[in-house]
Design a protein around this ligand. Sequence first.
Ligand code: NAP
Ligand code: G4F
Length: 325
Amino acid sequence: MAKRALITGITGQDGAYLAEFLLGRGYEVHGMVRRASTESFERIAGFRDRLTLHQADLLDQLSIITLLKEVEPDEIYNLAAQSFVPTSWLQPLLTSEFTALGVTRMLEAVRLVNPAIRFYQASSSEMFGAVDQEPQNETTPFYPRSPYGVAKVYGHWITVNYRESYGIFACSGILFNHESPLRGKEFVTRKVSDAAARIKLGVQNKLRLGNLDAARDWGFAGDYVKAMWLMLQQDRPSDYVIATGRKHTVRELVEAAFGYVGLDWQKYVEIDPALIRPAEVNKLRGDAARARRELGWEPVVSFDELVRMMVEADLARVKREVEQA
Ligand code: NAP
Ligand code: G4F
């Protein structure tokens, strides 16, 4: 019989890649979506008819319990969260409700409905924050630098705690930044690839950015969702860092994206002080040796290939929009 997976956050970047990956593995895929006046199913539109979507919300405990009883999943991937770091300073309480307490609500539902369900928690390299040690691995201490990072530390430890308290097969994937053409446009990689395309095609003049010196370990979302699945296929639950092991600055990212379309980025980029964060995570670089050893996981797409893939996708999309206008 086909395995049944439930994905929270299925309408997001990772949810879309994971859903497609699991369908490809023969899973019956269910998604939890929250009610909105306008549906936001663009990322899953291509295979929407192969999914079963259910309304529930991370804020509503009973809706989650009811959902688990109805779906009876073998595996849950908890990807839903308020995931944009700057918003976490504007809405710190809501971020905590979704991104921290939402994890406990999911785990409580697992404990009550069926403790045999395998559970994946989407933890983040933002938990390392102002860390000194480089690269960061599973034993590196956390020093989060935003309400989002703090909420993710809570989500991480409550996942570890439910594993240790109740024997639940719960894994925390500590994923470094991963991007794709499906990335939200407010995140820096997509903001840059979209701007490079729009400026190239003459529909934008300037790109306003914040801290160009920040460095991140950027990988491809399509590679990273495979690691989520691998974690839940092991004999024992554990926590894993997922990263490429290479870091690049925002400046290098801009240079690569604009270089791809043959433009000198320095003519177009302006620094906007409003985009500088109250507390910055200056550099992140992960060590995924454990995932390589125990899961057999390796990233496939390089930084240059990722930038090219994102700029090409935005060029094609903006061209279509211009032609239709
Ligand atoms: P994303 O594109 O922002 O997607 C977030 C998803 O969460 C969306 O489907 C959103 O639904 C859903 N959601 C938010 N609040 C909800 C609520 N109250 N109830 C139900 N659903 C809710 O994020 P992503 O990049 O795919 O990331 C997936 C997860 O991995 C997140 O937890 C993120 O924090 C974590 N993470 C991401 C990265 C990365 O680099 N991408 C790295 C480490 C960890 P709507 O469509 O309705 O808004
Ligand atoms: O793309 P970002 O907004 O991603 P950030 O803050 O690293 O968070 C992402 O990755 C985390 C994993 O470490 C996830 F947990 C989280 O959910 C999210 O997916 O910013 C990256 C860097 C920052 O240092 C920021 O200050 O880019 C810098 N930056 C410079 N100018 C900018 C901009 N970031 C954004 N979003 N917009 C700018 O204009």
